[in-house]
Design a protein around this ligand. Structure first.
Ligand SMILES: NC(=O)c1ccc[n+]([C@@H]2O[C@H](COP(=O)([O-])OP(=O)(O)OC[C@H]3O[C@@H](n4cnc5c(N)ncnc54)[C@H](OP(=O)(O)O)[C@@H]3O)[C@@H](O)[C@H]2O)c1
Length: 260
């Protein structure tokens, strides 16, 4: 039985983080690497993911950047094909990549943008989970299980946020898929959990945080009185990725400063 602190270690594990070139994905990749994992980082613009991978390598970790558009099934197939052929295993998948091209009332939302949001946030996460589970199910069990899948949802998936209704619906789907996959994959020894961040200071949230009326209204609802920083999500992801959470599956960990 490892000590409580050792159960957070990920030495010898391979972890894939999608959308890891900045923001929350970068913070999660850094936390997992610091715990000993080897990282595969994806984003559409591979140069940015490569910069994160290079910084991790300079700090003494192992990291590889691969281009992958989460809205393209062929990219996802190529990514997991490469993981199977080059590493032959996958211990942790963090489904972090997401998009939100829509701000404003849902009744005015453009059909193409709605489709894109669902393709990246829901279908992409679902396809990655299917392919990761197929690799994980074939590998030997280790402390914490055969694999851990961590889905980055949002408080908007638990309570729709005004102005981002379509995005909120995709995150509700992510939470529902988390619970469904947790049930379906438990027998294979694969755990599936979600994190629901509140407002975290990244490029993604800039449109909300940099609009004074929205920011002030949001801050009034956050008991801790401040927006989140990406590293706070990194710590939560490390807990769910590692054997520290070996008896946790199908859960949604809300990291929102008390917003929910
Ligand atoms: N920030 C918040 O307040 C907040 C709150 C709740 C939940 N979240 C969730 O946290 C996750 C990360 O958000 P963030 O705030 O860190 O955003 P961010 O700073 O904008 O980073 C997004 C990352 O995803 C990648 N990405 C975007 N579209 C992609 C696509 N179609 N395929 C593959 N990669 C893609 C981006 O790289 P490329 O552009 O190069 O592809 C980048 O690496 C998302 O799931 C988001 O919904 C964020």
């Amino acid at each position: 039985m490892p000590s409580a602190l050792d159960s957070f270690r990920l030495d010898g594990r391979l972890a894939l983080v999608t959308g890891a070139s900045r923001g929350i994905g970068q913070a999660i990749a850094t936390a997992l690497a610091e715990a000993g994992a080897e990282l595969v980082l994806t984003s559409r613009k591979v140069e940015a993911a490569q910069a994160v991978a290079s910084a991790l390598e300079q700090a003494g970790h192992r990291a590889t950047a691969i281009a992958c558009h989460n809205g393209r099934e062929s990219d996802i197939d190529a990514l997991f094909g490469r993981i199977r052929s080059e590493w032959g295993r996958l211990d942790v998948l963090v489904n972090n990549a997401a998009t939100n091209p829509l701000f404003g009332p849902m009744s005015m939302a453009d059909q193409g943008a709605i489709t894109k949001t669902f393709e990246v946030n829901v279908n992409g996460m679902l396809f990655c989970t299917q392919r990761a589970a197929a690799i994980m199910a074939d590998q030997a069990e280790r402390p914490g299980g055969r694999g851990s899948i961590v889905n980055i949802a949002s408080v908007a998936g638990l309570e729709p946020m005004p102005g981002i209704g379509v995005y909120s619906a995709t995150k509700a789907a992510v939470i529902n898929l988390t619970r469904g996959f947790a049930n379906e994959l438990a027998a294979a020894g694969i755990r599936v959990n979600a994190i629901a961040p509140g407002l975290v200071e990244t490029k993604f949230a800039a449109a909300l945080i940099e609009t004074p009326e929205i920011a002030e209204q949001a801050l009034r609802r956050i008991p801790l009185g401040r927006f989140g920083q990406p590293h706070a999500i990194g710590g939560a992801a490390l807990f769910l990725a590692s054997a520290a959470s070996s008896y946790v599956t199908g859960s949604v960990l809300v990291v929102s400063g008390g917003y929910l």
